[in-house]
Design a protein around this ligand. Structure first.
Ligand code: TYM
Length: 348
């Protein structure tokens, strides 16, 4: 049996979108539309694994859908929808909860970070059960469509390894039933992680050892997609750097986390390699590089922010897009889910 090469990715509506989400994920969604069948989801069920004010959840759901479209995802070519409109995600997520092992979940570094167990904290008893089981819902998101390629930032790599483990264990445990149903090979495919390029891990502008995230205490550390031109320029100007000039090639950035981050952002925004950027700026100081980066960031991000603002002002239009996307998603998901029920032995 041959599979249509299919891409799935998702973003949680749990905070304002930032430059890391854009460079690490959204921007990379766009060219895949020409080579793959593309499904881009707003994963609202993932967002509620930590408390979300319901009005904020709605606002961020619309904001992410708007960002996809404003960045160049075409709702006619791609399927854009919010996860909770396709209930099969929850159903397959439950089945995967019964395939995945507790030990696998306990090793997830994102859970350990959020539950505070990495710093010797004792918070893990107090977080939601959903937060713990989150990676099996993420596996369900992808495998419900038998997607084979997932564009994400580097922080999601471990979750995608787990997705492969879940697929493998399901294929193995239900081998006989899969064969009996007439499938020649495995039921779920092996998912490839697409996480390459200079911006798969955009760092905080204030601390090059931390990733840029939706919930950073310092406002100056994160460039948000809706930031105005002046604010973007101010944040770049105030970004932490060392005192040295820029090197002439990428190897010279080793150990200079903040410099590496800013050059990586420049390379990604300008569609050039880090070496090309350093070919132009090598030997220059921050007084030259930072204003150039600010100009580039404003030129690339402002039109997207303007379009996002226009789109979120009309929730009716976005509702139509999300509803249509959910219908198209269901057309793919329902037959796969029907096979899964059969394989598992659920009587209909
Ligand atoms: P989320 O919502 O935390 O992040 C959305 C996407 O943005 C990427 N990203 C970054 N990339 C580079 N630098 C950064 N500083 C940065 N911060 C975030 C993330 O890697 C991600 O690609 N579990 C996922 C959502 C999800 C999902 C899925 C993704 C649920 N189901 C199925 C892919 C496929 C998450 O929490 O992403």
């Amino acid at each position: 049996m041959t599979f249509t090469p299919r891409v799935f990715s998702g973003i949680k509506p749990s905070g304002d979108l930032h430059l890391g989400n854009y460079l690490g994920a959204i921007r990379r969604f766009v060219p895949l539309q020409d080579t793959h069948e593309t499904i881009y989801c707003v994963v609202d069920m993932h967002a509620i694994t930590v408390w979300q004010d319901p009005e904020d959840l709605k606002r961020w759901t619309y904001e992410i859908a708007a960002a996809y479209i404003a960045a160049g995802v075409d709702p006619k070519k791609s399927i854009i929808f919010n996860q909770s409109q396709v209930m099969e995600h929850a159903e397959l997520g439950w089945i995967f909860n019964c395939v995945a092992r507790v030990g696998w979940m306990s090793r997830m570094t994102q859970f350990k970070d959020k539950a505070g167990t990495n710093e010797g904290g004792e918070n893990s008893e107090a977080v939601s059960l959903g937060l713990y089981a989150y990676p099996s819902l993420m596996a369900a998101d992808i495998l419900l469509y038998k997607a084979t390629a997932v564009p994400v930032g580097e922080d999601q790599k471990q979750h995608l390894e787990l997705t492969r483990d879940i697929a493998k264990k399901f294929n193995h445990d239900y081998k006989k039933q899969v064969k009996a149903l007439g499938f020649k090979g495995d039921f779920f495919p092996v998912t490839e992680t697409l996480a390459t390029g200079p911006a798969v891990r955009v760092k905080s502008l204030k601390d090059g050892s931390k990733k840029m995230s939706k919930s950073d205490a310092s406002d100056l550390s994160t460039i948000y997609m809706m930031d105005g031109a002046d604010l973007i320029a101010k944040k770049i100007k105030r970004a932490t750097t060392d005192a040295d000039a820029l090197p002439s090639e990428a190897a010279g950035l080793a150990g200079r986390l903040e410099a590496e981050n800013l050059v990586g952002i420049y390379a990604s925004l300008s569609n050039r390699s880090v070496d090309e950027v350093l070919g132009e700026f090598g030997g220059q100081g921050w007084g030259v590089f930072k204003p150039a980066l600010a100009d580039l960031a404003v030129a690339k991000l402002s039109p997207i922010a303007d379009e996002m603002k226009r789109l979120v002002a009309d929730r009716g239009e976005l509702d139509t897009i999300l509803r249509d996307g959910a219908e198209r998603a269901r057309v793919i998901a329902q037959p796969i889910m029907a096979d899964v029920r059969n394989i598992v032995g659920f009587v209909r």
